[in-house]
Design a protein around this ligand. Sequence first.
Ligand code: MN
Length: 422
Amino acid sequence: MIAANDPTLRSWVPVAAGSDFPIQNLPFGVFRTAANPEARIATAIGAYVVDLAVLADLGYFDELQLPKDIFRQRWLNPFMALGRHTARGVRNRLSELLRDTQEGVRAHANHFLIPMDQAELLLPIQVGDYTDFYSSLEHATNVGTMFRGKENALMPNWKWLPVGYHGRASSIVVSGTPVRRPHGQYLSQGATQPQFGPSRLLDFELEMAFVLCKENKLGQPIPVSEAEDYIFGLVLFNDWSARDIQKWEYVPLGPFLGKSFASTISPWVVTLDALEPFRVAGPPQEPEPLAYLRCSGAHNFDIHLQVDIQPEGGTPTRVCLSNFKYMYWNMCQQLAHHTINGCNMRVGDLCASGTISGPTPDAYGSMLELTWRGTQPLKLSDGSERKFLLDGDTVIMRGWCTHPQGIRIGFGEAKGQVLPAT
Ligand code: MN
């Protein structure tokens, strides 16, 4: 077992029941404060940010012989590039320093422990390339049924390979960043020519994304059995989508401006190490995948996922409860497929899962499915209805794992408010 995952550990830092960040989580992020605008790498515990740059200055990581100023960085990339083994060492060391048997370090707490509400959590990763997969069978079936009918719901390739497209890295933003309703072309019902204007069918997509911490050389595929060495951790991911723009533009090369205006990620990267206790087998794959995609063992993760919509000035309504474990194609298969042609991945690349829909209608991961293309509007707690998102709506995604012993490993939030088109 990874030492930091020990469910019996308790911290001297107060951690409220139900917190996403007990001592068994210890995710990585980047923050700054009004008092100190220099960006630094941190972990989260309870309602606090732990400044790793200060801990390093105090000599608490000396034994790990890390590069100088590795935590005094704007991005996690240089730290992630040290590899999963090093990150595991840092996480284990943090676990030692923060556990309740360790009283010595407590004397310095006022130097490195900062209330999270006083910290600005920054976009943690410098994303080089971003790929979005389409790996939920339920989502692909729902969308296919709506657009092509039940008989042709799944394209012939879907069960043979993890379908994906290359997204836009530059417009990935951190939770809390507002998202402007995009303009674009769309074809109205019965029209023969497109119109131009603000999207009328703005949607969210409930996804998770994994972050790469290791490169493969151009021309050298990552074997499916080694794929997890390349995965640092996961974040929540909202792949905002303008359905009207998407529908008109997507043939034959796939999504473009209907997706590239913004994607929101949560600020804390939860390591694959912290998720280890929550491994589960994926759904059965039939037909059996081709050899390069075959993998044994449990490579899905039991992560509860939730979406709330909060109207401007109102209270949130939960509209979806799904789970990452429903994914048909797992991350190892996605990475093996992505690189089987020799494509090289780089540190900081992001691969999103695709919308994660579950088997029941309350587990659908997009408005498109929840309202069945707008035909069955959602009712919010204030009595208003939604077919798609309105200006002022805030979409809040959350994710967490639950230990049998009651420990919760959470992801925090990926949230964003829709601003009116300019
Ligand atoms: Mn997507």
